[in-house]
Design a protein around this ligand. Sequence first.
Ligand code: SF4
Length: 499
Amino acid sequence: MSQQNNRTVQDNGIAARGCLTLEQIGLRLPPATSEPLPADVKPRGVFNAVLDESHTSLNLQGSCERAWFLGSGLAPGIDPHEQRLLRSLSSYMGGLGTVVHEGIRRVLDAHREKLNPEGRVLKSPTAYDFSRILESVLERFSFMEGDSWGESFPNGNPDRDHPRFREHVKLKHELVGGSSPAQVSIPEHSPDARHFSRYRETLRQALENWHSLFFLDSEDVFKSDPRGLVPAGGLRHVDPALILEVEEKNVAYFKDDPFQLLSMGGFSIPYYEIEAPIENPPVPELTKSGLQARFTFRVKAVLDFVYLTFTADGRPRLVAMDWKTNMLDEHSGRPAIVAQEEHLVQLKHYALYLMQRYRDVFQRFEPEIRRAFSRSGREAPALPRELTADMVFLGDAYLSGEGLSAQHRFRPVCAADLDLDAFVQTLRQRLISKVAKFSKIEPPTSEISRWAPNGIEEGRCSGCNQAPLCSSAPADIKSEWPESVSGMLSLLKHPRPKP
Ligand code: SF4
């Protein structure tokens, strides 16, 4: 923790590191600079490609700056259709993760209760049929596979030859070989369709694991949770009124919530803000006058599950869970080290978001808290004035594979132990150096040479959707892709098989 923060802690009479607030992390105000900052640069409109961030985009920038730039739509001279198409491709495992999340969301949405600001029930908990949810999710996954191969995946894009899986594009390219695409007849089913049953099994198992180990607590492990983060008997015993978020992308915010949400089309995306002072801002008016600026970045954060709970002696816990479908190492029962590190960074973003958005959670959700206590027959404790880091707990729940109990799959950390102050400082520096790569931000102008192809050293080119656009991509990777994906797909377009 910085000296300045230490001083604030002492001034406030707060001794423990665990009681960190946003100001002590330095999230509200950037560090003091020698001169006062004359200009604020904030994201405008529905989406600002320079100032809007997410864990995924920051992660991509960390592993290959070039891949981020090519995927951002800001690189000059690229066909926008090709760029959108490449950007939207997913892997089989990515599609699997999407449908696992959908299945879980349906169970949690059924369990949830929502009140309006006056405390009236807007949505009561309802029954759900897990086997039906499981079957429909499996069906959707098969549908994704079939339609991705048939090039008519209904993903909201008006273009009907819009594919979904990167693997399918590469397979089609291989089938075309050296021939002209127009001469090639593509089989009705993907050659991978047989192997797809393996993914379906992984999907079924992940969803069943979540339901039995986390929601129903079939092994009865949560009663011995010393931190009281998951109620004994599993997530089904989280009070329905204290569920705050279930992948909150398109929720109607009916509660009195001063927190701003980023609107993208029909969606509302939650995010946290971080400010960064920039000495030579790429804003012509400021550069001419030699002025500095303060840039506000928005980091999007869509958490899978957030709820409020209280220990037996009344201490509040704001708990966030993220569902993960990574393959686990059969010996350690953990995902690969690189994935673990990346997931920890994601949890830090989530912690900052939770601390900004739920700073006043005890005031805003007081009716829900009182209702939950009255339902349980316990007396409600005195509520704190502000949410602090020691009350926030986050963890990934690893759902794949068999033979692992919930304790090993979910190892939550407290936000107070995440070194958030150091994280914020490093993040701010990264954002400053990103802005420096632009010569202008309205509209954003940059040269591709400023964005290093560091994905080559990181060994990430084989999973990179931007490889067809990247002049630095290794030759063997490049050869897996057609020169123009949109061109090849439109030539291969064939009528959808009749059901
Ligand atoms: S192909 Fe490799 S170097 Fe090029 S953008 Fe993708 S990851 Fe980066």
